[in-house]
Design a protein around this ligand. Structure first.
Ligand code: PMP
Length: 376
């Protein structure tokens, strides 16, 4: 895009020439509270005045980590009561896969076609798209890649399987949601064979789909939950969260089963906690479904093949990748920042900060429809 950014505030990003973009991607589901919310900036500044990095994660009691872990566990199912903070989403995936291997003593991992869990080698191994994996082989052995939302594919999960990693919505496929029935069947299968169920809510967490966590809306709970992106309120942060009894498997033989220098950086935790408090104190999450419905209503055009929405995670599908790219580029020229998806280049990504107003949605949709008409 080559946007030479000098400022980002609320819904807008400004470049060196003074041109402004209405941001419909929010740093890829990171900036749920908009850019630089004053409360988050204040929390960051306060933490900078106290201390930044002091020692590798876990060696000292750092109150921003403790307070944020408390907030998270207070807002999660009682079985998700132990938080391991990481630098990123993919590091959370790595930690969770390692934890599942230690807890079960098994090595087989299962993931789903067209799922994305990060770009490091363990995450790549369970990622569900051969085009993105192939150049980096050999990857981890003994990985099952199953069909998403297929009841039949669940049969392949067995007493050999350490864990099953699943997104509650496959974002990079172009927004395909799982059904509650299927997630429940997956949960039951994992229970029956003793596999851990890892849910990746890195993109869907923190209100994106209209509830604080997407899995609670379906009433199906993971053994390990992955968080990232909006977790840090605009600062880098990830986490894998499990029951203390499971997490204990990382404390013995070797004593430090997962090591990270910067994981849970105090400035990131301070920012994340401020953002999380803002989300739960505001109406932003409860407004998500209405705002999503407004997008869906307004995004009607003969060039648009489909619009899929999981709350304010939306995918607008065009005839093919070439047309999608031209329309995306035209929107960006016109000051509306949109993007594509890794496994769905024929689709436009819309995942704005949750603070977006109805007027901004209308303006954005006008621009997208104009771009569709111009590119036909
Ligand atoms: N899981 C999902 C569902 C994601 O969308 C992403 C990032 N796009 C990741 C994991 C990896 O996060 P990170 O880029 O912070 O490593």
């Amino acid at each position: 895009m080559a946007i030479d950014v000098v400022k980002a505030d609320g819904m807008y990003i400004t470049d060196r020439t003074g041109k402004q973009w209405l941001d419909l991607i929010g740093g890829i589901s990171v900036c749920n509270t908009g850019h630089r919310h004053p409360k988050i900036v204040e929390a960051v500044k306060q933490q900078l005045d106290a201390y930044m990095h002091v020692l590798v994660y876990g060696e000292m009691i750092e109150s921003p980590q403790v307070e944020y872990a408390n907030w998270l566990t207070n807002h999660l199912h009682s079985s998700l009561n132990s938080v391991y903070f990481t630098n990123s989403g993919t590091e959370a995936t790595e930690g969770a896969l390692k934890l599942a291997k230690r807890v079960t003593g098994r090595t087989q991992l299962a993931g789903f076609n067209l799922s994305y869990h990060g770009s490091t080698q363990g995450s790549l191994s369970v990622m569900g798209d051969e085009y993105w994996r192939n150049a980096f082989r050999p990857l981890l052995p003994d990985v099952l890649h199953l069909e998403y939302n297929s009841f039949d594919s669940i049969n392949a999960i067995s007493t050999q399987t350490a864990c099953v990693i699943v997104e509650t919505v496959q974002a990079e496929r172009g927004v395909y949601a799982s059904t509650g029935e299927w997630l429940l069947a997956l949960r039951r299968k994992c229970d029956s064979v003793g596999s851990l169920l890892i849910m990746d809510e890195i993109q869907t967490g923190f209100g994106r789909t209209g509830t604080l966590w997407n899995h609670t809306a379906m009433n199906v709970f993971p053994d390990i939950l992955l968080l990232g992106k909006a977790l840090g309120g605009g600062m880098p942060l990830g986490a894998f969260i499990a029951d203390r009894a499971l997490m204990a498997a990382l404390t013995d033989r070797p004593v430090l089963g997962h090591i990270t220098t910067f994981g849970g950086h105090p400035v990131s935790c301070a920012a994340g906690l401020a953002a999380a408090k803002l989300l739960t104190a505001s109406n932003w999450i409860s407004e998500v479904q209405d705002k999503a419905a407004l997008f869906v209503t307004l995004l009607r055009n003969s060039g648009i093949k489909a619009v899929r929405s999981a709350g304010l995670l939306l995918s607008v599908e065009f005839a093919d990748e070439t047309i999608a790219k031209k329309i995306i580029d035209r929107c960006i020229e016109k000051g509306v920042l949109v993007d594509w998806f890794l496994f769905a280049p024929q689709c436009m990504r819309i995942a704005p900060p949750l603070i977006i107003s109805d007027n901004e949605i209308k303006k954005a949709c006008d621009v997208i429809i104009q771009a569709c008409d111009e590119i036909k």
